[in-house]
Write a protein that binds this ligand. Structure first.
Ligand code: AMP
Length: 408
């Protein structure tokens, strides 16, 4: 876990703002859920996956309740849906911190932020296309160009079951060649073996059966509509038959956004897919859902690699210098802020020289200077700080108009 200071913190906020702009333009509303939930909300999410087995921050609170810090958004969104029963399709976006007790490494933390959308209550394949397209558009808006969209369909649950059996047979027949870690994974969930990036496993995974051999008409049709929809939007993708989401409730569409500049073992900016049964598991009616989550850290690493989406500037419009004690700076800075200009000032009765230095550091476009003479006359000096221009004296009542004229 770590602190994020300005200007990086400002970039994080801007990241979420851009995400909100993109998804709100498609009718997604913000959803804010608690950081702490009953552990049962997440228990189903990670059945036999790492999240539940060892990664959840789970504890007993003062009231003896078994609670956990949110490890991801989807289960919280489904729990909120069950509790409030909003009209469907329910289209929401979320942002904020999630917690997983993971081994820290570059771009991986125990508290990390994601942005996320979820749609509940429709299994129309055009919803899949909309959701994927919004993720794509957001990454494009950040300026990223080296992003690969990987796409797959996991079929219907019965088809998946057959596929899992076929995978088990394939890996069982080659157990000696599999890494010890993957042998353990195989016992829990053969699908997760496909996620292994270990060198020993690569060849066996490449030779494993693929899910498309098991599609029935319905899932083949759904997947076809999704692919055609992306084609008609001109969004490039690569069908990746070994892209799986290991959890039992994932069905049909699965996708991932991979950062082209990132190390291949850690290159997923985020991903998502269609799920079924999660709402029911939390006590609601049978309700299909789809969504994705993007990690802020990795996406910003990708931005750094591509030299896009820099930290927003922190420069203020005006720095007010007051060598008479600070009360004029108080009034003038507040008046500027009330008029919609950003303004800073110095404190601690610093010298003229020290205040001018601070003005320069602030990046302000203008300095407004009030010394003893100006205080006595009811005037102020306006000094352009960048790009030349002479300083001049204005009457205090005219100050705002001059600032406006100089800044526009
Ligand atoms: P997931 O919710 O596991 O599908 O992860 C979606 C995305 O969240 C990943 O592709 C990462 O970008 C990000 N992410 C997941 N876990 C972490 C973590 N521990 N630290 C930083 N980012 C993470």
């Amino acid at each position: 876990m770590r602190d994020i200071l300005a200007p990086e913190s400002a970039r994080w906020r801007r990241f979420v703002d851009v995400f909100a702009e993109v998804v709100e333009a498609a009718g997604y509303g913000p959803l804010i859920t608690p950081l702490v939930e009953d552990s049962g909300v997440f228990a189903g999410v990670g059945e036999a996956t790492d999240i539940v087995l060892k990664e959840m921050y789970r504890f007993t609170d003062h009231g003896g309740r078994d609670v956990a810090l949110r490890p991801e958004f989807t289960a919280s969104a489904c729990r909120a849906f069950v509790e409030h029963r909003p009209p469907t399709p329910w289209k929401v976006w979320l942002s904020g911190s999630n917690f997983r007790y993971e081994r820290p490494q570059r771009g991986r933390y125990r508290q990390f932020d994601q942005v996320d959308i979820e749609v509940l209550g429709s299994d129309d394949p055009f919803v899949d296309v909309e959701v994927i397209a919004l993720g794509w558009r957001f990454l494009q808006r950040l300026g990223l160009r080296q992003v690969d969209l990987l796409l797959n369909s996991l079929g219907e649950p019965a088809e998946r079951d057959l596929y899992v059996d076929a995978l088990r047979v394939h890996f069982d027949a080659n157990l000696d060649a599999l890494s010890p870690a993957s042998v353990t994974t195989l016992e829990r969930n053969p699908l997760r073996v496909l996620d292994s990036k270990r060198a020993e496993d690569v060849e066996l995974i490449a030779a494993a059966p693929t899910i498309d051999q098991f599609y029935g008409d319905v899932s083949a049709h759904h997947f076809g509509v999704v692919c055609d929809g992306l084609d008609s939007l001109g969004i490039p993708y690569r069908i990746e038959p070994r892209l799986v989401r290991g959890l039992d409730y994932y069905v049909r569409t699965a996708f991932e956004f991979a950062g082209g500049t990132l190390d291949s073992a850690q290159n997923a900016l985020g991903g998502g897919g269609r799920y079924d049964g999660l709402v029911e598991q939390l006590g609601g009616p049978q309700t299909p859902g789809i969504g994705f989550a993007l990690g802020v850290d990795r996406t910003l690493l990708a931005c750094d690699d591509e030299g896009v989406f820099a930290s927003p500037g922190t420069a203020v419009d005006v720095f007010v210098v007051d060598t008479t004690g600070g009360e004029h700076a108080l009034v003038v800075a507040e008046a500027l802020r009330a008029a919609g200009r950003s303004a800073e000032r110095a404190f601690d009765r610093r010298s003229m020289k020290a205040q001018m230095k601070a003005a320069d550091r602030s990046g302000a476009a203008l300095a407004v200077i009030i010394g003893a003479d100006e205080a006595a006359d009811g005037t102020a000096v306006v000094r352009p700080m960048r790009g030349g221009g002479e300083q001049y004296v204005v009457a205090r009542p005219d100050l705002l108009a001059h600032v406006d004229a100089l800044l526009t």
